[in-house]
Design a binder for this molecule. Structure first.
Ligand SMILES: Cc1cc2nc3c(=O)[nH]c(=O)nc-3n(C[C@H](O)[C@H](O)[C@H](O)COP(=O)(O)O)c2cc1C
Length: 479
């Protein structure tokens, strides 16, 4: 790969880069990387380096959507024998799609070379606080903040003492004092150094300051015949600890629960080519399925005809009519939670034509309607396989709350999510929804009205309510 020297760029470009990087509070190098990434992704931001700078961020860079978000670490390598393990740590971090920029203390360079760290990280290595090349734009501040995490490995007794006391007389300690990122230390030292009262005081102070420690482990020391607590954690342990801090596990409050969801309209055939339908898009039910799946549930989605992609990880059963929907719902039981968000047709044509109905001089074909099975009531009233939590949707165009309350009383379900689907609301087929959650508390019906939200937000909120109810009631698992 060709390398780019910013000094050799022409003055206009350099000025632009300096202003833009200052505005975005990144190093010039980092800014060039961002510009190139944006160009490749086809979304370069307008050339407005003079716009008001954003407030300095104190939170890690937001993770971009995708399989595994990228993250970056500033790795400070201290002057201890274990520094050789940090070369392996660079590889372990990069395997986890974590970018690494290394800083070597003066002492560290006695144990490993900047060249080795640079070759493994594929990045420039930093060693000097007073380096005119990186300090023209306060490089030590960039190293302290243009990352999601700082890892110090090995964290020498000396580095920890400096940190605990706020020293900043070299690049490593200046970065550690200037950072607003989380710091992970992997101490490594002789057991006597580790147990020394001064080190004990420093460790206590650092933990109070919110610094996270991994290790040290117990074992043999480099010094012949010495053993005890002081060995640096293995590279893989440090990389795992860094990853836990960078990508904390997402809570899965519905793990182990089976959730059955219906979505979309139903199509009730008139003849082989015509049907009765409604305007439901299925977006709300699909969003609930995605939110339940993200909360760790096993999700079965029974969907009427819609133009939506199956949410990843969700089992979708496609149906057309209300009767097919009921069949698939019954086949999917048992479930811990059932959410009936489909807009099921109340009626179907009793005398469905076997052939396409023809215009005749006898006038309009007589269409007789019969009631469809009531899926919500059927499942709510099951004696044996009733899911412990059954939620229905009420789509109303008038008297929303009254109608929804009487639906809750009539159907035997536990909650009703009521939404006004009058054309003016744009709910049917639209992306937003305003819902009212109707449930019972101490025998009384309660109405919880939510503000207007996207259907995804409604889904996340509903799943959060379900998760709370599940943990309060500890629903028995479906089996
Ligand atoms: C051979 C050798 C091995 C060392 N190993 C360690 C060690 O494992 N841990 C430690 O805290 N200091 C160790 N030291 C002492 C540090 O190198 C010394 O305190 C140095 O000033 C640390 O600088 P730094 O914290 O800026 O990296 C060692 C020194 C030598 C000569």
């Amino acid at each position: 790969m060709a390398s780019l020297t910013i000094r050799k760029l022409d003055d206009t470009v350099k000025t632009y880069l300096r202003l833009r990087s200052a505005k975005n509070r990144r190093s010039v190098e980092e800014e060039v990387r961002v510009i190139l990434r944006e160009l490749i992704e086809g979304r370069e931001e307008p050339l407005t380096p003079f716009a008001a700078p954003p407030a300095p961020s104190t939170t890690p860079t937001p993770q971009r959507a995708g399989a595994v978000a990228e993250a970056s670490v500033t790795l400070i390598i201290g002057g201890g024998i274990a520094a050789y393990k940090s070369l392996d740590l660079i590889r372990r971090l990069k395997e986890r799609r974590i970018e690494v920029r290394c800083v070597l203390t003066k002492a560290a360079q006695q144990f490993v070379t900047p060249l080795a760290a640079s070759a493994l990280s594929h990045e420039r290595v930093y060693t000097d606080l007073f380096d005119p090349q990186s300090e023209f734009d306060a490089g030590h501040i960039r190293l302290a903040r243009d990352c999601d995490l700082i890892v110090v490995a090995p964290a020498t007794a000396d580095l920890m003492a400096k940190m605990a006391n706020g020293h900043a007389d070299d690049l490593a300690s200046a970065i550690l004092l200037a950072t607003n990122r989380k710091v992970l230390l992997a101490p490594a030292m002789n057991p006597l150094m580790w147990n020394n009262a001064a080190t004990r005081r420093n460790v206590t102070q650092l933990q109070r300051d919110g610094v996270v420690l991994i290790g040290p482990n117990s074992g043999e020391m480099a010094e012949a015949g010495e053993a005890g607590v002081g060995r640096m954690s293995e590279a893989i342990e440090i990389a795992n600890a860094a990853e836990r801090l960078l990508r904390p596990p997402v809570p899965k409050p519905l793990a182990g629960k089976r959730v059955l969801i219906t979505a979309g309209p139903t199509h009730e055939p008139i003849d082989p080519v015509r049907y009765i339908a409604n305007r439901s898009s299925g977006k709300q039910g699909f969003a609930i399925a995605a939110a339940a799946q993200a909360a760790g549930a096993e999700v079965i989605l029974v969907s009427g005809p819609v133009d939506l992609d199956a949410p990843p990880g969700v089992t979708v059963k496609h149906v057309e009519s209300a009767r097919q929907m009921l069949e698939q719902v019954q086949a999917a039981l048992p479930a811990d939670i059932a959410i009936f968000a489909a807009a099921v047709a109340d009626w179907r044509v009793a005398n469905e034509g076997e052939q396409k109905l023809k215009k005749t001089s006898a006038g309009m074909p007589p269409l007789q309607l019969v009631e469809n099975p009531d899926i919500l009531a059927t499942i709510s009233k099951l004696a044996d396989k009733r899911p412990p939590l059954v939620i229905g949707f009420a789509a109303e165009t008038e008297h929303l709350i009254d109608n929804a309350k009487s639906k809750l009383a009539r159907k035997g379900c536990d909650w009703i999510v009521a939404n006004d689907v009058s054309p003016a609301t744009g709910v049917m087929g639209g992306d937003r929804n305003t819902v009212h959650l109707i449930s019972r508390k101490n025998g009384e019906m309660t109405v919880d009205s939510w503000p207007v939200m996207t259907k995804e937000q409604v889904a996340i909120e509903l799943v959060a309510h379900i998760a709370k109810s599940v943990s309060d009631k500890s629903l028995e698992p479906a089996s």
